[in-house]
Structure formats: structure tokens, C-alpha cells
Design a protein. Structure first.
Ligand SMILES: [Zn+2]
Length: 511
């Protein structure tokens, strides 16, 4: 119903050619260029909303972990290829990485897209109580199923407009695996995939509809520390053995003491991924996986101290620190202000989707379950605000950070998540399936597509982004944290995905 309303209203608006920008106040008038109107109309068609909604739902069902996204990546790459894009697959050493290109020459506008899930979050779609599809299986708790889908929808809409209106330039969709382990973008940059790209549009699912600029999130080293000792009968002759698990435990104690002496901008967490197999055998092998997070300026110093803790653990336990595998290492986000200002105008033009009674009711039921304010789905788009000043107290990370340092980039956050639902939690998985996810990703695709049209057709807008970026680069040149000898962790999630893929396919009757 909503889709027909949108189509009708767009036809009406097209006839007028002058429409009020929803957030610009009644007095202001926004003239929509015919190229931009074409992408908005294409995306507003009910069949488009349904087509990409179903792709998003399929990826939600596959729930594939980072670098195991074989079905998700193929579905998206095939969709773009069938629409007329040239698709290169298996890039930068990652089988699920792809780049889809349309057009030729300058300018080159990049659109990022992610599609990986998170472990342990399996949950039935649009059920406002914890209820897994398969207990312990992965789930889309960050909405990445909606994200590369929004990118693909936007790119195809732009491609149609480029062909119909003879727009020059190139668009590239960067199919980026494994964002949840921040493991693709530094490798994609290292492989040269972003060379010649003039500006990049990133996107992320959200409970609001907005964008931001400035420095955000934490830089991160993701590293697996492996210790090797000697087995022995744990009761008969323990003095013969040297426990690798002891080294892990001593390292963890040391890093937990280290916390007190780190600036507030840090985050530090770990899981023991291998700690022996039976209490009566002294473990000769143990592994602990660390996320070490801080600002760009403080990260390397903090990481060095964590490595010292690992060495101390090995020394005390009398075992060997056999390897330190850097899974990935990334920068903070340095989002471009001119890009965010341009994206904001298009977000305001698109406006918040009109949610149905059922959609508000689902959000309220979920909010009630979580003890959050029962306010339903959001009603208006966010304002673009200046970055918060004061002491930076740390936060999450995204490997888009590295991209922001090699091309002017900002992120469009699009709706779908009920406010109060929790990221990386079953409640988020419940939201990213079905109607609100479909509408949210469609609104996101419109803002991405409209912004791409601006960057392709208005050289003066692109010049603003480039000028700011070139100026910023003088004091922030890109120096990857990723060590030159690091390799994509293609098998890191293999065992988990092998365990759950068949169970998910059976439970959801995926063919
Ligand atoms: Zn995410």
C-alpha cells in the first residue's frame, strides 16, 4: 500500500517539478533534476521494493559469517551482473569479495556494501521475543543483509538513469566481506581496488535516517595469539608439562591490569578460542583472540603493551609465544563534511518512510520486551549535527575507516531497526527481516542513488569533497595499520559456518 502511495505521490510531484523538501520548511522549494527524479521513481516502484526486499530477506536467512558469505555474495554479484554491470569476483585474496562496475571514465563514484552476519544471534524475523531459528546459529544482528542490497538497488537505479540521460562517469559497487571482523577493506585497498575512485558513499542500517562527519569510532588491531607448551598427565606428572593455557590466563590477567593505565578512549576484549580439550591433559596449545581498540594516535602504543603482556604470559608459563596472527588492523573513521552535507540534503528529500500501524505495533512490542520507551518506529529524519566535542571515550569500529583516508567518504544511516532494539543482539535480528527492513533499505537506496547522481552530474559538488579531502590528507596521510605480511582470514569462520549452514537451510527450507 505504502509503495503505491509513494509512486502516486512521485508522479504528482514530477508533474509539479517543484516540491517542498520535507525538512526544509514550508517556504523552501527544492527543484529535483530529471536524472535524480528518474532514480527516485525507479526505486519507488512496488516491484523494485519487493525485488530487493526479497534479496535482503534471503541474505538474512543465509546468515553467513565473514568470508563464508558464498551465497550472499553470489546473489548480490549475480543481481548486478544481470542488470548490466561488469562483475569481478574473488578479489584481494577473498573469494567473497567482488566489485561491480558500470560506465566509463571520470568521475568514479564508489558505493560500499556489506553482507556478513554475526555468530550466536539466531532469531525469528519479526518476533518480539527471543526465539532462535536454530539455537546458537549466526544471525543478522547488524542489518548487513539490508546494506549491500540497498547499495545494489541504488547502483542499478543509477545505471538506468545514466543510460536514459546520457550521464558520463563510472559507478562501482564494492562488495565488502567480513565487516563484522573488520577484515576486508584494508586488504581491498592494498590490492588497489579503490585506485582512481573520486568519492565513496558508505551506508549502514540504523534506527534513524541520517549521516555524520568528523572522526568517529576506534581504530583496531584484531590479533590471535597462539602459545605452545608441552602435554603431560595433569595429575600423574604435571611437573613435566608446560601449559599453554597458563600463558593465556597470565596474559589476560596482565591486560586486565593494563586497563587502569590506558586513556579512556580505549576498548580491550578477548575470547579464548582454544584452551585445551580435557582437564587431565596439560594443554600444549592455546589461543586467545584480542580486539585492541584506541584512537589512530594511541593504537600502536597500546598494541605494543598488549604484545608485552603476551610475552610476559609465555615467559611466566615457560611456553613459547608461537605466533601473533594479525587478522586485521584498521583506522578510525574520518568522514568528509562536504559529503555528509550533500548526503543530508538527499536524506531530507527522501524523508522517513511512512510506517504502518502493524510496524509501529511490532516496534512497541519489542520495546516493551526490552524495557525501552514504547515509541514505535521513528517519524522524522535526523538533523546533521557537528561532531560532539570533549573527551573521546571510545566505541565500535568499522573497516570503512581505512576507506575514509583514501577517498572522501561519509556514511548514510538508513532506518529499519526499531529504536531501543540492541545492535549485535537477537532484537536487532528480529527487525532486519520483512516489511520495516524492506522500506528502510529502499529509503537508504534512494538517498544513496540521489547522492550518486549529484556526484556524477554536479562537478562543483564533487570538487567540494575533493578539496576538503586533499586538505585533510596533508595532516592525515594514509598509512595502513595492517602489516604487509597479513593475509585475509578466509577460514576463521569456516568451522562455525559448516556447523550451522545445513541446519539453517533445513529450518528455513532454503533451496
Ligand atoms: Zn555493522
Amino acid at each position: 500500500m505504502r509503495n503505491r502511495l509513494v509512486t502516486l505521490s512521485l508522479v504528482f510531484l514530477l508533474a509539479l517539478t517543484l516540491v517542498p523538501g520535507p525538512a526544509a520548511g514550508a517556504a523552501a522549494k527544492v527543484k529535483i533534476a530529471k536524472e535524480k527524479q528518474a532514480v527516485l521513481d525507479w526505486l519507488a516502484r512496488p516491484e523494485t521494493v519487493e525485488r530487493f526486499g526479497k534479496i535482503s530477506d534471503s541474505i538474512w536467512q543465509y546468515a553467513e559469517l565473514g568470508l563464508q558469505e558464498f551465497r550472499s555474495s553470489k546473489l548480490l554479484a549475480d543481481t548486478l551482473e544481470e542488470a548490466g554491470f561488469t562483475v569481478e569476483r574473488d578479489l584481494a585474496g577473498m573469494p567473497t569479495c567482488f566489485v561491480a562496475t558500470y560506465g566509463s571514465g571520470k568521475p568514479v563514484i564508489g558505493i560500499l556494501g556489506e553482507f556478513d552476519a554475526l555468530p550466536m544471534l539466531s532469531q525469528k524475523g519479526r518476533v518480539p521475543k527471543q526465539d532462535p531459528v536454530v539455537e546458537g546459529a549466526p544471525g543478522h544482528g547488524c542489518g548487513h543483509n539490508t546494506m549491500c542490497t540497498a547499495s545494489a538497488a541504488a547502483a542499478i537505479a543509477v545505471k538506468e538513469a545514466m543510460a536514459a540521460h546520457n550521464i558520463k562517469g563510472t559507478i562501482k559497487v564494492f562488495g565488502s566481506p567480513a565487516e563484522e571482523i573488520v577484515a576486508s577493506r584494508p586488504y581491498m585497498i592494498r590490492a588497489g581496488l579503490f585506485e582512481g575512485v573520486d568519492a565513496v558513499i558508505d551506508n549502514h542500517s540504523s534506527s534513524g535516517f541520517g549521516t555524520e562527519y568528523g572522526v568517529g569510532g576506534n581504530a583496531l588491531f584484531s590479533t590471535i595469539f597462539t602459545f605452545k607448551g608441552k602435554t603431560a598427565h595433569a595429575a600423574g606428572a604435571p611437573w613435566v608439562g608446560r601449559s599453554a593455557l597458563d600463558a593465556v590466563e597470565i596474559m589476560n590477567v596482565a591486560t586486565n591490569y593494563l586497563r587502569e593505565h590506558l586513556p579512556l578512549s580505549h576498548r580491550l576484549h578477548y575470547v579464548v578460542i582454544d584452551g585445551g580439550e580435557a582437564p587431565n591433559v596439560v594443554p600444549d596449545k592455546a589461543r586467545v583472540w584480542y580486539y585492541v581498540r584506541n584512537t589512530d594516535e594511541r593504537l600502536e602504543d597500546m598494541y605494543k603493551r598488549v604484545v608485552d603482556c603476551a610475552k610476559a604470559g609465555a615467559l611466566a608459563a615457560g611456553v613459547e609465544l608461537a605466533s601473533m596472527q594479525v587478522v586485521s588492523a584498521i583506522h578510525q573513521r574520518h568522514a568528509n563534511k562536504a559529503a555528509a552535507e550533500l548526503f543530508q540534503k538527499n536524506i531530507e528529500l527522501v524523508g522517513m518512510p511512512a510506517w504502518s500501524e502493524e510496524e509501529h505495533a511490532f516496534a512497541k512490542a519489542l520495546q516493551k520486551e526490552l524495557g525501552a520507551e514504547q515509541k514505535g518506529m521513528p517519524l522524522a529524519v535526523d538533523k546533521l549535527e557537528a561532531p560532539r566535542g570533549g573527551q573521546f571515550t571510545g566505541g565500535g569500529s568499522s573497516d570503512v575507516g581505512d576507506v575514509t583516508l583514501i577517498a572522501p567518504t561519509a556514511t548514510i544511516g538508513f532506518p529499519g531497526l526499531a529504536p531501543g532494539a540492541i545492535g549485535h543482539h537477537w532484537s536487532a535480528v528480529a527487525c532486519f527481516y520483512g516489511s520495516t527492513a524492506w522500506k528502510g533499505l529502499n529509503a537508504g537506496a534512494k538517498a544513496i542513488a540521489a547522492s550518486t547522481i549529484d556526484l556524477l552530474t554536479k562537478p562543483e559538488e564533487l570538487a567540494k569533497l575533493r578539496k576538503e579531502f586533499d586538505e585533510y590528507g596533508k595532516t592525515h596521510p594514509y598509512k595502513p595499520f595492517l602489516p604487509a605480511d597479513a593475509n585475509p582470514p578466509n577460514d576463521l569462520n569456516k568451522e562455525l559456518m559448516d556447523k550451522y549452514r545445513g541446519l539453517l537451510e533445513k529450518a528455513l527450507e532454503i533451496k
